[in-house]
Design a protein around this ligand. Structure first.
Ligand code: COI
Length: 353
């Protein structure tokens, strides 16, 4: 356990909390007063500190600027009816960060360091956790290489940081997605399972092309033959065909979403038939044509549960019937009620700060 005494805290004399309007929070634009930082040098994490949120400086030869040696996580804190602050499944994020870290030659961040850093930061900025419906404090832990070196080799020095920002909805309306069959997000043996910055950078150009065609996002397909559904960049994707909940298995090419796992756990508990298996594009299109595709939705930390309104595939657009969104509406309410402490958390998912 890292001793909290080792985290130096420098409080800001100029809080910006009055810039927060809980009823109008754009995603990712306004950051809380403080940030956590630690540096990895000589084989250990050191200089643990919380400082006022501010720009940081890096060398122009910084290894991450050139080669994307960076990983991140996303999780959220909520305010419960007693006014306390609870974080949803932070230990799961700590574990996943280290899975990404190994793939990118980044040192482990011990779970105890992750938890202490997060706890102290959220305690200090607890007034930034909003309480309006559908709002939360988005927490962004990330690690990046800090070597001043433009040769290619794993970095030797790193920084671990946590910043936070109050957020409302990521998507303000049901999303229109295009099934991508030309570009690939990931391939066997690649970094698809890791939350690595480069995965997101590589997704931008295909997503931009889809946006020019009127879609919000892509549904990625397998990098080999584009026959199977993978994920949707910022979220995992689920389908209800007849009465079965179907989603792709979290393989080496798909991010193992924590919201994904939470939804599957609750659905199984409810007795819903769940299938985690390869999902063929042609199966989804056939079900859509036959009226058996009841629901499609994205699941992710930022997006929560994002209903899909339209699916584009090969110049056709399949519209989903919005009166059938029973499961996604019910699971969203259940998740929200667990996260905000409105109902009992029988899974032990919430962590009180
Ligand atoms: C999250 O859901 O936390 C994500 O990582 C999505 C983010 C890229 C906005």
């Amino acid at each position: 356990m890292i001793d909290t005494q080792t985290i130096r805290i420098q409080e800001t004399p100029n809080s910006r909390i009055n810039e927060l309007d809980e009823n109008n929070i754009p995603f990712g634009k306004l950051y809380s007063d403080h940030m956590f930082m630690a540096d990895y040098k000589d084989g250990e994490w050191q200089d643990l500190r919380i400082e006022p949120y501010q720009n940081i400086s890096v060398s122009p030869a910084n290894t991450t600027l050139h080669y994307a040696i960076t990983i991140f996580e996303g999780l959220k804190a909520y305010r419960n009816p007693q006014g306390e602050v609870v974080v949803f499944r932070p230990q799961a994020n700590a574990k996943r960060l280290n899975i990404s870290a190994e793939r990118m030659c980044i040192p482990d961040v011990p779970e105890s360091l992750f938890m202490e850093a997060l706890t102290e930061l959220i305690k200090l900025d607890s007034s930034w956790v909003p309480s309006a419906p559908n709002t939360s404090l988005y927490i962004r832990p990330f690690v990046f290489g800090t070597d001043e070196y433009i040769g290619i080799r794993p970095s030797e020095n790193f920084r671990f940081m946590i910043i936070t920002c109050p957020v409302g909805a990521y998507y303000s309306q049901p999303v229109n997605v295009k099934i991508e069959t030309e570009f690939s997000r990931a391939f066997e043996g690649g970094t698809g399972f890791a939350k690595a910055g480069g995965n997101y950078a590589a997704s931008l150009y295909p997503a931009k092309l889809a946006q020019e065609q009127g879609f919000h996002q892509l549904i990625w397909t397998d990098g080999k033959n584009h026959e199977y559904i993978e994920e949707s960049g910022t979220m995992n994707v689920m389908f209800i065909i007849d009465n079965t909940l179907i989603t792709a298995p979290a393989s080496g090419t798909i991010l193992k979403g924590i919201t994904r796992e939470s939804v599957l756990t609750i659905a199984r508990d409810w007795g819903v038939k769940v299938e985690e298996r390869p999902v063929a594009v042609k199966e989804i299109i056939a079900a859509a044509k036959e009226g058996r595709l009841k629901e499609a939705f994205g699941v992710g930390t930022a997006a929560t549960i994002a209903p899909i309104a339209k699916i584009g595939f090969e110049n056709e657009v399949y519209e989903l019937d919005d009166s059938q969104r029973d499961f996604s509406a019910k699971i969203l309410k259940e998740l929200n009620d667990i996260r905000t402490g409105i109902i009992e958390d029988k899974y032990g998912w919430t962590y009180k700060v």
